[in-house]
Design a protein around this ligand. Structure first.
Ligand code: IMP
Ligand code: MG
Length: 177
């Protein structure tokens, strides 16, 4: 059986919300510069859309961490496989994430980045599953709060597939062919 994907948030709604978040960041950092750190790979589609809509000066860096295996369950282990290229000292840093689930990844990461003395440190996520939170994290910018469903598209994957879908969909995994 094939995986079944149903649309949860259509492309237009996702893009409209990203424009709103960009406008909010523009207001919050008027006259300043922002440094975006995208968390690979899930945030790439989001960070591109967001960065294109910002009018304040922007620099971009990436980091890769993993707390998940290939399936839909958290392993609880956070590992940095790619660190940022640049330091954060004196920068208005915004961590850009695809989704916050248990909160383990981001709580670990924010602690780590804070020690690098950014001017400010904010967290921006496209999606949030508040009902799944295990560790508390302060989120500054949220695209959408969603129910406890496994979602794909707009950068999010299921076993590395479906990142390229232009909308957010709920996936119901099919069995072996
Ligand atoms: P957390 O540490 O549990 O908050 O894990 C967050 C990470 O888990 C995200 O950056 C995603 O990579 C992954 N993740 C959590 N929920 C989903 C989902 O519904 N679809 C795809 N990836 C997810
Ligand atoms: Mg991720």
């Amino acid at each position: 059986m094939k995986d079944q994907i149903s649309v949860l948030i259509p492309e237009e709604k996702v893009c409209e919300r990203i424009r709103e978040i960009a406008a909010q960041i523009d207001r919050d950092f008027a006259g300043e510069q922002v440094h975006l750190i995208g968390i690979l790979k899930g945030s790439v589609f989001f960070i591109c859309e967001l960065a294109k809509r910002l009018t304040v000066p922007v620099t971009i860096d990436f980091m890769q961490v993993s707390s998940y295996g290939d399936g839909t369950k958290s392993s609880g282990v956070v590992r940095i496989s790619k660190d940022t290229d640049e330091g954060l000292v004196g920068k208005n840093t915004i961590v850009v994430e695809d989704i916050i689930d248990s909160g383990r990844t981001l709580s670990y990461l924010l602690k780590l980045l804070k020690e690098r003395k950014p001017k400010s440190l904010k967290l921006c996520t496209l999606l949030d599953k508040p009902s799944r939170r295990v560790v508390d994290v302060d989120v500054d910018y949220v695209g959408f709060q969603i129910p406890d469903e496994f979602v794909v598209g707009f950068g999010l994957d299921y076993a590395q597939k479906y990142r390229n879908l232009p909308y957010i969909g709920v996936v119901k995994p099919g069995g072996e062919e």
